[in-house]
Design a protein around this ligand. Sequence first.
Ligand code: NAD
Length: 343
Amino acid sequence: MRSNIRIVSPAGRAALQYVQRRNFSSSLRCNAQWGFIGLGQMGYNMARNLQAKLPSSDTLRVYDINQESLNRFVDETKALSKGAAVQLASSVREAAEDSETTITVLPEPSHVKKVFGELLKPVLSTQRVANPDRLFIDCSTIDPASSREVASAVHSTNQGSFVDGPMSGGVVGATAGTLTFMVGAPDSLFPRVESILLMMGKKSLHCGAQGAGLSGKLANNYLLAINNIATAEAMNLGIKWGLDPKVLGNLINISTGKCWPSEVNNPVKGVVPASPANRDYSGGFGIGLMKKDLKLAIQAAGEAGARLELGDRAREVYESAEKREDCKGRDFSVVYRYLGGKE
Ligand code: NAD
């Protein structure tokens, strides 16, 4: 069994020469180096899947400001005999400089801008990775304008290609490798991007040019934010009128009100056995993330001149709910509790 952990020290770095120059015309190559920045709830599990699916001739260089996540990643991968070798980087630059592909999974626009600010100045070396071959895939959910700003910083300084690939499927999908990715990339790059993303997910949708993946993701999550509140209100209303929760849930789910929050993530305990409502709203999609995505969608709608009637009100609901101790940090269907629903 080989240990697949290598610490990248300045001395060790000099030894990290490529055995051979790769042929970049194919989407996946031998002896490739990969960078992964952001080992949080999503990124950690995505990096685990990527590491496991890459050939042992490849290396995966990981970085996070949270040393605990990095140490855990080391502990969990050091005994593995399969998959890419793991290297720990000591900075975002070290994770990306020699990597043909670098994946970022960061919380908010400010984090993505900060990381790329550190990455791109001074200009990345072209000694080991030629500019046209260097690819950045940002899987963070941020607003399309910020994403385009970062893409422009990469492209205008000729340091590679930057595409957006936000995802849906949550921590469960990230762990199981079943995520769906929404990609904003030029046609010519999509096959390479897709072949990479499918090592961490099951589906990828090409939405259009750079930024389009995020537009699609935010439009979807805007609808989800509204549907979730409406479902909680409708369930609360029916139950207050005396309807049995299960009867009402079943009725909605064979009628025109059916939606993901009613059918899969129903906010009332006992209606859908696997929903977070059955475990005190733990796990699932955190109310804080919903609030963040809604804020980004409202901001992007303003920039596009798209009128939203319900956005601000929905945002107030999530903001007030998140302030309550019995709702904070829980799945976003906890809005039902915030409304005073019977539990
Ligand atoms: P998270 O907060 O758990 O993880 C983010 C990670 O980024 C953390 O480990 C943090 O230490 C690291 N980080 C922050 N700044 C950094 C920096 N400067 N350099 C290196 N690392 C840095 O977030 P998450 O839940 O993994 O979500 C990541 C992204 O995916 C978000 O944009 C989120 O909206 C999106 N997303 C999350 C879910 C979900 O269910 N959690 C689902 C779909 C999409």
